[in-house]
Write a protein that binds this ligand. Structure first.
Ligand code: ATP
Length: 522
C-alpha cells in the first residue's frame, strides 16, 4: 500500500467504524470517498440467504441521479451469481460494472436502479453465515471506473463488513430494548389491574384518604403511608403512581422487611461487577429500575440503620451509588414509603434516624383500619366474592348466609382488608367443595397469621345472633353516621340504602332510630 492509499484507508476506516448509525456513517463516507473515486451514490444492502430477502439498509445519493430509494439492489439471481463467483475465487469479491446494459449481473442492478446511464463498483461483504451484504458506489455515465478505483475501494471491504455487522447488532439491541420497554409497560398495566386497580371505599371509608391522594398525586413529592397491616397501603401507593404524571414509568415495589440484611444494599442500590464475591455481573438496583417512575418502599421501619443513611443521601442528592461503583448515578424517582410501625417511637429508641424521619414525613397519609370504616365491608365482600370467583373459575356463587353481614360488621378485623379477603376466599373454597351448601358461610377468621394486634372482639365462630330489627337499626345508624345525618337528596341515607326518604323515615321511627337535631347532639 502506498502512503496515499494508507492515508485513504485510515481516514475512511475512521468514518466507517466511528458511527453505529448507518445513515450518518454513509453520508460521512460519501463526502469523503467522492474526493478520490467518482461517486454519485453510496449504497449498503443486506441479503438474508435463509429468508431470501434483500434489504436496502441505507442509500446516500446525489438527488440528480434520481435513484428509486425503495429499490432493493440485490436480487436472488444476483446473489446466486456472486456466490458462484466467490466459490471459484474467494478473493473475487470486488467488481466493476462499467456498462451494466451488457453485463448479465450488472443488468439486474441496472434495471433495479431504473435503467439509468450509470457505472458501478461494488464489494460483497460477509455478515455471519446466513447473511450477505453489499456496498456499492454508483457514478453517472458509462465507463467511469478504473482498475485503480477498484483497488482503492476494495481496501474498504473489511471495515464496511465490520460496520455492517456492528450496525446489525446495534439494530438488534434497539429492537430488544423496544420489546423490553413494551413488556414493561404491559406488565405494569397488568400489575395495576391485579393490585388495587379497583379501590373500594373511595366514596365512603376512604373518602378523606382519597382527597389527600388527589392533592398529592400530580406532584412528585414524597408520600408516607401509615396504617395497620392489610389496610391497603399498597393499593393507595399504586393509585398515587397511576394517577400521577409518572404513570407511564415503572412502579417498583420493595418490601424492605423481606430482604435479608446482607442483601438490602445490593438490592436497592445495585452493584458493579466484582464488587463482592458472587457479583459476577453488574446489576441495577431498585432505585435505578424505578428511574422515570415511582419506587414504593414498604415496611420502611425495617430498614437497617446503615441503609437508612444511604436512603437519606438518595433523598437529598437524587442520586445513588452502586456498591463498588466509583461514580454516582442520577435517578429521577418519586419515593413513596409505608409502615405499620410507630416511627416517632423508633426515633426515640434510636432505631430509626430522625433526619430520615423528617425527610419522609413530608406528606403523611394515615389509612384508617377496617374497624373504623365498617360501612365499606358489604362492598368489599361483594368485590372479593366477584374477584375470587373469577380467579377460581367458579360458575355459580352461593348467596351470603343470612345474617352474616351483621356478624362481619361486629368483628374487630385485626388483619384488616387482607383478613377479609382471606375469609371470602376460604368461604368460596369451602362452598365449591360442598355443592349441597346453599349459602356462602364466613366462619373462623384467620388467627394464625401471627399479627401483633388485639384479638377479635367477637368470635365469628360463635356469633351473637342479632334480631332482624336490631340489625336493620344498626345498619341505618351506621349509614346516617356516614352521611352526617342527611336523609334526603344526593349522598343522603335514603339514596344510599335504595329507599324513598319517606319509607326510610317511617322505618326509622318504627325502629327507634334517633335522627335530626337530636342525633347530631348525641
Ligand atoms: N380499598 C380496597 N379495595 C379493594 N381491595 C383492597 C382495598 N384495600 C386493600 N385491598 C386488598 O387487600 C389486600 C391487602 O392490601 P395491601 O397489600 O395494600 O395492604 P398493606 O396495608 O400494604 O399491607 P401490609 O402492611 O401488610 O403491607 C390486597 O389484596 C389488596 O388488593
Amino acid at each position: 500500500m502506498t502512503s496515499k492509499e494508507q492515508d485513504f484507508f485510515y481516514q475512511a476506516t475512521m468514518r466507517i467504524c466511528g458511527n453505529l448509525n448507518l445513515d450518518a456513517m454513509l453520508s460521512d463516507c460519501y463526502a469523503f470517498i467522492e474526493k478520490f473515486i467518482p461517486t454519485n451514490a453510496l449504497i449498503m444492502a443486506l441479503y438474508n440467504l435463509e429468508a431470501k430477502i434483500s434489504d436496502a439498509l441505507s442509500i446516500v445519493a446525489d438527488p440528480e441521479l434520481d435513484l428509486n430509494m425503495k429499490t432493493m439492489p440485490l436480487t436472488s439471481e444476483a446473489i446466486t451469481h456472486f456466490k458462484n463467483l466467490e466459490k471459484k475465487d474467494p478473493m473475487h469479491s470486488n467488481f466493476i460494472i462499467n456498462n451494466p446494459r451488457e453485463d448479465p449481473v450488472g443488468k439486474i442492478g441496472w434495471e433495479a436502479l431504473g435503467k439509468k446511464e450509470i457505472s458501478y463498483i461494488f464489494s460483497l461483504l460477509k455478515v455471519g453465515e446466513e447473511k450477505m451484504g453489499l456496498v456499492a458506489l454508483v457514478a453517472k455515465g458509462y465507463n467511469r471506473y478504473s482498475r485503480h478505483d477498484l483497488e482503492l475501494f476494495s481496501l474498504l471491504r473489511g471495515p464496511f463488513a465490520i460496520a455492517m455487522a456492528n450496525a446489525q447488532k446495534h439494530q438488534e439491541v434497539i429492537r430488544l430494548k423496544e420489546i423490553l420497554a413494551d413488556d414493561n409497560r404491559y406488565l405494569t398495566r397488568q400489575m395495576s389491574k391485579a393490585v388495587g386497580d379497583e379501590m373500594i371505599g373511595k366514596e365512603f371509608g376512604l373518602r378523606d384518604v382519597m382527597e389527600m391522594v388527589r392533592q398529592v398525586a400530580p406532584l412528585s413529592s414524597q408520600v408516607l403511608l401509615l396504617g395497620e397491616t392489610g389496610v391497603g397501603k399498597e393499593v393507595i401507593a399504586n393509585t398515587i403512581h397511576h394517577t400521577s404524571a409518572r404513570s407511564n414509568g415503572p412502579f417498583i415495589k420493595v418490601n424492605c422487611g423481606a430482604i435479608p440484611e446482607s442483601l438490602v444494599d445490593s438490592e436497592l442500590f445495585g452493584h458493579e461487577k466484582g464488587a463482592f464475591t458472587g457479583a459476577v455481573k453488574q446489576r441495577r438496583g431498585c432505585f435505578e429500575r424505578a428511574h422515570g417512575g415511582t419506587i414504593f418502599l414498604d415496611e420502611i421501619g425495617e430498614l437497617p440503620l446503615k441503609v437508612q443513611v444511604r436512603l437519606l443521601r438518595v433523598l437529598q442528592m437524587r442520586e445513588i451509588e452502586r456498591i463498588g461503583g466509583a461514580r454516582p448515578v442520577p435517578v429521577d424517582i418519586r419515593i413513596i414509603t409505608a409502615t405499620h410501625r410507630d416511627l416517632p417511637a423508633m426515633v426515640r429508641k434510636g432505631t430509626f434516624r430522625e433526619d430520615l424521619w423528617f425527610r419522609l414525613n413530608v406528606f403523611p397519609i394515615t389509612i384508617p383500619p377496617l374497624r373504623h370504616r365498617k360501612m365499606d365491608i358489604p362492598a368489599l365482600i361483594n368485590f372479593f366474592v366477584l374477584r375470587k370467583s373469577k380467579e377460581m373459575n367458579l360458575l355459580v356463587t352461593n348467596k351470603l348466609e343470612p345474617g352474616c353481614m351483621e356478624k362481619l360488621q361486629k368483628y374487630h378485623w385485626p388483619g384488616n382488608v387482607r383478613e377479609l379477603e382471606n375469609i371470602v376466599e376460604r368461604a368460596l373454597i369451602r362452598s365449591s367443595a360442598n355443592p349441597e351448601e346453599k349459602y356462602l358461610r364466613f366462619d373462623g377468621p384467620n388467627r394464625s397469621s401471627g399479627q401483633n394486634v388485639a384479638a377479635p372482639a367477637v368470635s365469628l365462630a360463635s356469633p351473637p345472633v342479632l334480631k332482624m330489627d336490631a340489625a336493620m337499626k344498626n345498619h341505618i345508624e351506621s349509614v346516617l353516621d356516614l352521611t352526617n345525618g342527611k336523609i334526603q337528596g344526593d349522598h343522603g341515607a335514603a339514596s344510599l340504602l335504595g329507599l324513598p326518604p319517606s319509607t326510610l323515615r317511617n322505618r326509622m321511627r318504627k325502629l327507634g332510630v334517633i335522627y335530626g337535631k337530636a342525633r347530631k347532639g348525641r
